[in-house]
Design a protein around this ligand. Structure first.
Ligand code: PLP
Length: 367
């Protein structure tokens, strides 16, 4: 970089860019992609139809306020539409929170082995990300509270958590909230909440209705199967929503993204079917891993649409060996050494056929 050329802010150059799950095989050919926690059954057929029907109208700007989508979400979750803000994926909203509440030099707390976007969001605002230790891959609320400093402005918690799949219960979340100073924003990222039966599995939506410092984010990228359209939303106190509205993109969701998400919300039958199917295939995968316990493999109990598989440090079942062996068989999974997990693979739950092929490959590699 020329000394007299443009100089990026040092907190920007400190960012380690997000690494998406790989979509292509080294050797080429069709991959079974189990590396990005997508819904392998895709969106509801009604969504595909509505996208087709609206293709002719894309020369018009979308409704930047996403009014109809907010109304449908509010009706489904018993929320106020005025207290919902939609974004270009929940990523956009997660990135905006530290920008609003942190000054350079402040800090943001998240769980070690947490979602990769949190430290990026912190650094974008010039804040320092602080990782709190977990306990056997589960968020440790007291450790999170112990990591909070006087300059902490935001705490991020994904629940269920990515990449571990674990979650904390209502009582633990309430304890976390009660222990935070009132000026700290608690962001509960419920990207995987729809994989549980309870519509508010950890009570975060209830908390965000009354607490002045709690927001919940959700996404259409997971169970709704709309990752390619980039739709997310947040709810919380009116004061925080006002600030999010001030800094969000003017037209965060495309015309097709809006109609797709509106239709997806109205097809809860599809959501329920995907939830049930995910559970069946997840149980098959967990049972297959358990059969190879003598090889040193262990599945961390998951509440989401993926499983973190802990591997031995060396040998044919080490994470790098399994990663390569699965790729040789056309299957892409996620290895996350950059998130402090060199000994683990995160495997997204696939369709019945994909799961059968994955299990056959694992059986072969662990034989
Ligand atoms: C915990 C968590 N939050 C948020 C997201 C991002 O969702 P979106 O596609 O809505 O930006 C993901 C996606 O992997 C995730 O795992």
């Amino acid at each position: 970089m020329a000394a007299n050329g443009p100089q990026p802010n040092p907190w920007i150059t400190a960012i380690r860019a997000y690494e998406p799950g790989r979509a292509r095989l080294r050797q080429g050919g069709e991959a079974i992609k189990l590396s990005a926690n997508e819904n392998p059954w895709g969106p509801s057929p009604a969504v595909v139809e509505v996208i087709r029907a609206h293709a002719h109208g894309v020369h018009r700007y979308p409704d930047g306020s996403a009014r109809r989508l907010r109304e449908r979400l509010a009706a489904l979750h018993d929320l106020e539409p005025e207290r919902i803000v939609c974004g270009t994926g929940s990523d956009e909203l997660l990135n905006l929170v530290p920008l609003i509440y942190c000054r350079p030099g402040d800090s943001v707390v998240h769980v070690r082995h947490g979602f990769m976007v949190y430290p990026i969001a912190a650094r974008r605002a010039g804040a320092e990300p602080l990782a709190a230790p977990d306990r056997d891959y589960v968020a440790d609320v007291d450790a999170l509270l112990g990591t909070v400093r006087s300059d902490t402005r935001v705490v991020f918690l994904a629940n269920p958590n990515n990449p571990t799949g674990t979650m904390i219960d209502r009582a633990a979340l309430a304890h976390l909230h009660a222990g935070l100073p009132p000026h700290v924003v608690l962001v509960v990222d419920q990207a995987y909440a729809e994989y549980l039966d309870d519509p508010d599995p950890d009570g975060a939506l209830a908390l965000a209705r009354w607490a002045p410092n709690v927001i919940v984010t959700r996404t259409f990228s997971k169970i709704y199967g709309l990752g390619g359209l980039r739709v997310g939303w947040a709810t919380g106190p009116a004061a925080i929503m006002t600030e999010l509205d001030r800094v969000r993109a003017p037209f965060p969701i495309s015309t097709l993204g809006l109609v797709a998400a509106e239709t997806a919300v109205s097809d809860q039958d599809w959501v329920a079917r995907c939830r049930a199917a995910t559970r069946i295939q997840r149980a098959r995968l967990e049972a297959a891993i358990a059969r190879h316990a003598h090889r040193g493999l262990r599945a961390v109990p998951s509440s989401a649409n993926f499983v973190l598989v802990l591997c031995p440090d060396e040998g044919p079942c080490s994470a790098p060996a399994l990663l390569a062996g699965l790729e040789d068989r056309g299957i892409l999974v996620r290895h996350l050494p950059s998130q402090g997990l060199p000994q683990a693979l995160r495997i997204t739950v696939g369709t019945e056929d994909e799961t059968s092929r994955l299990i056959a490959a694992l059986d072969e590699l662990a034989a």
